[in-house]
Design a protein around this ligand. Structure first.
Ligand code: NI
Length: 253
């Protein structure tokens, strides 16, 4: 059994066939956590999870690229976050790739701190989004202790940065990005399986050998596992077992 720790079946790309995609994933033995990026998609992720007895979970949060579309309403997110099918707060974090203005950076930091406060309040981990902002984000994490350690999702930093997250207690979330080029080979060889979570970030980041622009789905997490097993010279079964154990430990599923 796999757990796709970062899926977006709650996004419009799946509006016509979400039920079929979920059915296909569960039949293939792939559980998933659907991640919100705004209040609307967070709510949809929770409602989806509530329809299933097991296998489908959710995370609620405001993505840094959406902070100008919506005010972060702490109380509203808290209400949602208390629901039993919510296993994390996220995705939240810093994204300097999409907004480079200093005023925006400050606002992103403020809202990320609200996210940490929310995660600590309900004692759930965080699914962290970070792009071109690892130094600022790590500084915030070092100065603001959390009760439950989460994951640096869609990790795209250096080995040294990954090691800093691991030292703090966080897992490294890997997806199709690692199948596109050898850029992450060294990192994967040098971090332990115990520190890795698998994800797809579907509908985005369709892994090789599938077409890069195709719509990704949870079942494809096996290609990410395949690449890791190849690089670590271990069986795909071992990668599956270890990363599923990690996901259960982090998210309590
Ligand atoms: Ni995502």
């Amino acid at each position: 059994m796999y757990i796709d720790t970062h899926a977006h079946i709650n996004f419009n790309a799946f509006k016509d066939d979400a039920g079929e995609v979920i059915k296909r994933s569960l039949e293939a033995g792939v559980f998933m956590i659907n991640i919100g990026s705004q209040y609307s998609t967070s709510k949809r992720a929770v409602e989806m999870a509530e329809k299933y007895e097991s296998g489908i979970y959710s995370a609620v949060g405001l993505h840094p690229i959406h902070i100008n579309d919506e005010k972060f309403d702490y109380e509203k997110y808290l209400e949602l976050a208390k629901k039993p099918k919510v296993v994390a707060i996220g995705e939240m974090g810093l994204d300097y790739y999409h907004s480079k203005q200093d005023s925006d950076k400050g606002k992103q930091k403020e809202i990320f701190l609200e996210g940490i406060k929310l995660a600590n309040k309900i004692e759930k981990p965080m699914v962290i989004h970070c792009r071109e902002a690892y130094n600022d984000l790590l500084e915030i994490l070092k100065n603001n202790p959390v009760k439950k350690f989460g994951v640096a999702h869609s990790f795209c930093g250096s080995l040294k940065t990954a090691q800093q997250f691991i030292e703090l207690g966080y897992k490294i979330g890997l997806n199709g990005i690692i199948t596109y080029s050898p850029s992450y080979d060294k990192l994967i060889k040098n971090i332990a399986l115990e520190d890795i979570l698998l994800e797809t970030d579907c509908p985005y980041l369709n892994p090789k050998p599938l077409p890069r622009d195709g719509r990704n789905e949870p079942e494809n997490v096996k290609y990410v596992a395949g690449k890791i097993s190849h690089l670590k010279n271990t069986s795909i079964e071992e990668v599956k077992m270890a990363t599923t154990r990690n996901a259960k430990e982090v998210f309590g599923v």
